[in-house]
Design a protein. Structure first.
Length: 446
């Protein structure tokens, strides 16, 4: 039997060789070039890169994945997205190495790595995560009014919320505290927030009929408000960060190649919208409409693609697109699953515990689909029965669901980039962050 120390060293060298192969396959950049390409949220040093490539040490998970994202797309002059199909393999590889290193120190590898002096309560929480069970954190944002929008930054370190008090707040995800003062500028309820792909910009939209662009580092507005047709319900950045799609009564594309001088698109498209749209990494925009219709668009050209998808009897109230871009979930009084390429439904409709799906999202690794359902037309919005519906996407088996934790309508939701945290906001003024059960659990990898 191999010793834990020997196993760790062997696997670390093997992983380093895979990193070097990845580097060679995508342009063989120098250490300086790799460091220069990394996004600002995770700075890479030449010494740290060298140590990882030579198998001398195992860096932190964020550092390791930041390096992999640079190498995966170096020859395209970009950084690979968090949804890149090869990234889960590297995420699992880091987890395996971390567990082996922990075993080398004489601890039980069935647990997530923790310090030997960790309190019993910490070990209980970490063991629960290891088993794939959810852990719900205490609510925050209770003094900022209703939470109408929420979104994680690309590195997951920040969480943005939009509030009924005309404010936007940034939160430190780990510390669970405000990351600076609230952002003021809108003159009505903030209904939508979105980070740019590089994490440097934050777009916010409001009932005041405008979208605003903020510099995340300085927390300042960088341009005049962008006007919309009606109040701004949702915002989508294009994968390259050079376009921003603003949904009001219709959708308009803005060219933000120079975000300080945005250029308005020539025309609106997609009328009669009943849900927030979704956008794929290759520029496919999908919109939900009355009468149970979902429509595919070529986003850049603003042209319809093929015939609409028709399956629901009622309006499409929520959309979710898997990170791979080939699986679409449409929500109404149930959830329907579509193959984007063939335009065919691929599974029996998934039943939900509530009357209508109001929020829906795939995890970034594509393993989980979450739908929040409830009564959108309750006469008393403070008392509707909202609930989670969670499925793993390999067999569409329903997973255990945590208590929703809100009193009243759930009005916002978002997955973290690592697929483990799920944030919700409601008219009760609470922001809640919880881990969700995973399809496979965070079990040790063989």
């Amino acid at each position: 039997m191999h010793s834990a120390e020997g196993d760790f060293g062997r696997e670390l060298k093997r992983a380093a060789a895979e990193l070097r192969t990845l580097r060679a396959r995508h342009g063989d950049p120098t250490l300086a070039q790799i460091a220069a390409r990394a996004l600002g949220g995770q700075r890479l040093s030449e010494s740290g890169i060298s140590a990882a490539l030579r198998g001398q040490s195992l860096p932190s998970r964020d550092y390791y994945l930041a390096l992999v994202r640079v190498l995966l797309a170096y020859d395209t002059n970009k950084v690979a997205a968090h949804q890149h199909p090869e990234l889960p393999v590297w995420r699992d590889r880091w987890q395996k190495l971390s567990l082996l290193r922990h075993a080398q120190k004489g601890s039980d590898p069935a647990l997530l790595p923790i310090e030997h002096h960790a309190a019993l309560s910490e070990q209980v929480v970490l063991a629960a995560l290891q088993r794939g069970q959810h852990v719900q954190l205490p609510p925050t944002a209770v003094d900022l009014g209703e939470v109408w929008a929420t979104g994680f930054s690309p590195d997951g370190r920040l969480l943005a919320t939009g509030h009924g008090a005309k404010t936007v707040q940034l939160w430190d995800t780990v510390e669970q505290r405000r990351a600076g003062p609230a952002l003021f500028g809108h003159t009505d309820r903030v209904m939508s927030v979105a980070f740019s792909p590089d994490g440097r910009l934050l777009a916010t939209g409001s009932l005041d009929g405008t979208a605003r662009l903020w510099d995340v580092d300085s927390r300042t507005l960088i341009t005049e408000p962008l006007d919309s047709a009606g109040f701004v319900e949702s915002l989508l950045f294009a994968p390259d960060g050079q376009s921003l799609y603003i949904q009001g009564r219709t959708i308009r594309r803005w060219d933000i190649t120079d975000p300080r001088q945005p250029q308005k698109g020539q025309r609106h498209f997609a009328n009669n919208l009943t849900s927030a749209p979704v956008l794929s990494t290759d520029g496919l925009l999908i919109t939900g409409h009355s009468g149970g219709v979902a429509q595919l668009w070529e986003a850049q050209e603003q042209t319809r693609i093929d015939v609409p998808l028709r399956g629901h009897e009622s309006d499409v109230t929520a959309l979710a697109l898997a990170p791979s871009g080939d699986l679409l979930a449409t929500g109404s009084d149930d959830v329907q699953l579509w193959d984007v390429r063939t335009r065919q439904m691929i599974h029996e409709p998934l039943k939900c515990s509530g009357d209508m799906v109001t929020e829906m999202a795939f995890s970034m690794d594509g393993r989980i689909l979450v739908a929040i359902s409830g009564d959108r037309v309750s006469s008393d919005p403070k008392e509707p029965d909202f609930s989670f519906n969670i499925w793993e996407t390999t067999t569409w088996t329903e997973l255990p669901s945590p208590h929703i934790g809100h009193s009243g309508h759930v009005t916002a939701s978002a997955f973290s980039p690592d697929s483990r945290l799920f944030a919700t906001g409601g008219i009760d003024g609470c922001l809640r962050i919880r881990t969700l059960p995973t399809a496979m659990g965070e079990r040790p990898l063989a």
